[in-house]
Design a protein around this ligand. Structure first.
Ligand code: ATP
Ligand code: MG
Length: 435
């Protein structure tokens, strides 16, 4: 541990400060693609009846350990956990479902059901960075509490696909499965462990360890050794109780009625402990090795496990970084670029003109017009060229001549037509011309 002084000294002597491994800066113009994506998320979620919740970026570690579960990659290897100055164990959130439930309980939101919430923002996982896999990643997601029936599951799947459509992603594959409930899942788990124990010698080392801790997670393995063993493993399908079977059949019926094609993949298990019944994933081959775009499902036991009343719930989390990768590769993101176009460029040719133009610029901006002024006092031609490149439609120019007359020149940057307008009328004149 560094003392505070030593730490400050150490930071001061670092030569090239770079973003931590697995994180990245979002710079303009790319940041406008993020803004577009964020607006799409807000719009689509609102259209489906979800309202935004924002929770802290860090939580008591308990929130995640108790819900995601020991034996999962996230809790065992990926969490950023530290002891704060008050001696508490804190973790940067690796996902947002548990924090949403924590907040819903803390504020008694579950007393009026249904409760439909969405979120978007950064998550943190200590992973090996590679294309599409970061240590600070971004997710949006929704959680729907109170509805046990399959309509909620179907709605969330439909919402996920609508989001893909809205950002221009068309090439993907939706896979669904049912993990059963507290009644029927244990028998499956037993059968699976029995089968895998028999085949233990043929499993990868990681999976042999998981056999004790979290056998279901083996179903998710991408290891070739494991895949061979898994081909002959029992699947949940055979063990589903009658009501789980019905729930799954109804969900598939609802999806079909909306024209949504879903593949039943009995090997989807999701990495977290809290899922029951429906689980689903969307994959895209265009992503390469990290091909999952989103994961979701039902978690009827989660609220109770966190100390709340028994409350059914279902949700999804989609990776925003991967969405943008896909949207860019399909050309859709570029189309939406350049949102914040400058409309008016102020050109002051000397110090005194700049001083006089400041309140005029302010008045123009106050009318809702995107305007900017060059503070570098460059030559007229240089400033006009920059104004043209920025996409502005008008330049407001003041040099000695205009200043003495108490007016400005407004130049239409497309036609080069010029008019002189009195200082006090510039904002009204521009508003009228831009209307
Ligand atoms: P993966 O199989 O890629 O590890 P996961 O099952 O860990 O995914 P979830 O926990 O279901 O992922 O998170 C939902 C989505 O969030 C993923 O489908 C992915 O798009 C995104 N995501 C998760 N972890 C990362 C990460 N480290 N970097 C970028 N995106 C991520
Ligand atoms: Mg992962």
């Amino acid at each position: 541990m560094y003392g505070r002084r030593a730490e400050a000294r150490r930071i001061a002597t670092v030569k090239n400060l770079t973003a931590p491994r697995g994180t990245f800066d979002i710079l303009p113009p790319e940041s406008s693609q993020w803004q577009v994506l964020e607006r799409i998320i807000d719009e689509v979620c609102a259209r489906f009846g979800y309202r935004e919740i924002r929770t802290p970026i860090f939580e008591s570690s308990e929130v995640f350990v108790r819900t995601i579960g020991v034996g999962t990659d996230i809790v065992d290897k990926e969490m950023y956990t530290f002891i704060d100055r008050g001696g508490r164990s804190i973790s940067l959130r690796p996902e947002m479902t548990a924090p949403v439930v924590r907040a819903a309980l803390a504020h008694n939101l579950l007393q009026t059901l249904p409760l439909k919430l969405y979120y978007r923002g950064p998550i943190f996982r200590y992973e090996r960075p590679q294309k599409g896999r970061y240590r600070q990643a971004h997710q949006w997601g929704v959680e729907c509490f109170g509805a046990a029936g399959p309509e909620a599951d179907a709605e969330i799947i439909a919402l996920s696909l609508e989001m893909m459509r809205a950002v221009g992603i068309v090439d993907y594959r939706l896979e669904i499965n049912s993990l059963g409930c507290a009644q029927c899942a244990p028998a499956f788990r037993e059968a699976l462990v029995a089968y895998l124990s028999e085949q233990a010698a043929a499993l990868s080392e990681t999976s042999r360890e998981r056999l004790q801790r979290n056998p279901l997670r083996i179903l998710d393995s991408k290891d070739d050794l494991d895949r061979a063993v898994l081909a002959g493993a029992p699947t949940m399908e055979r063990f589903l109780c009658e009501s789980c079977q019905q729930h799954f059949a109804d969900l598939r019926f609802l999806l079909e009625s909306m024209g949504i094609r879903a593949l039943h993949n009995p090997h989807i298990v999701r990495g977290l402990d809290y899922y029951t019944r429906t689980v689903f994933e969307i994959h895209s081959v265009a992503l390469g090795a990290q091909d999952s775009v989103c994961g979701g499902g039902r978690y009827d036991g989660l609220v109770q496990a966190m100390g709340g009343p028994p409350t059914p719930g279902v949700g999804v989390a989609m990776g925003m970084d991967r969405m943008l990768m896909l949207s860019r590769s399909s050309g859709a993101a570029a189309e939406q670029d350049g949102q914040t176009r400058l409309q008016v460029a102020f050109v002051a040719l000397d110090d005194e003109s700049a001083r006089l133009l400041v309140p005029v610029l302010q008045a123009v901006r106050a009318r809702g017009i995107a305007a900017d002024m060059d503070y570098l006092r460059r030559k007229l031609e240089r400033q006009l060229r920059a104004a043209g490149e920025s996409g502005a439609r008008f330049a407001v120019i003041m040099g000695e001549d205009e200043r003495t007359a108490g007016d400005v020149t407004i130049q239409d940057l497309a036609t080069r037509a010029r008019v002189r307008v009195g200082l006090t009328r510039v904002d009204a004149e521009l508003a009228q011309r831009l209307a």
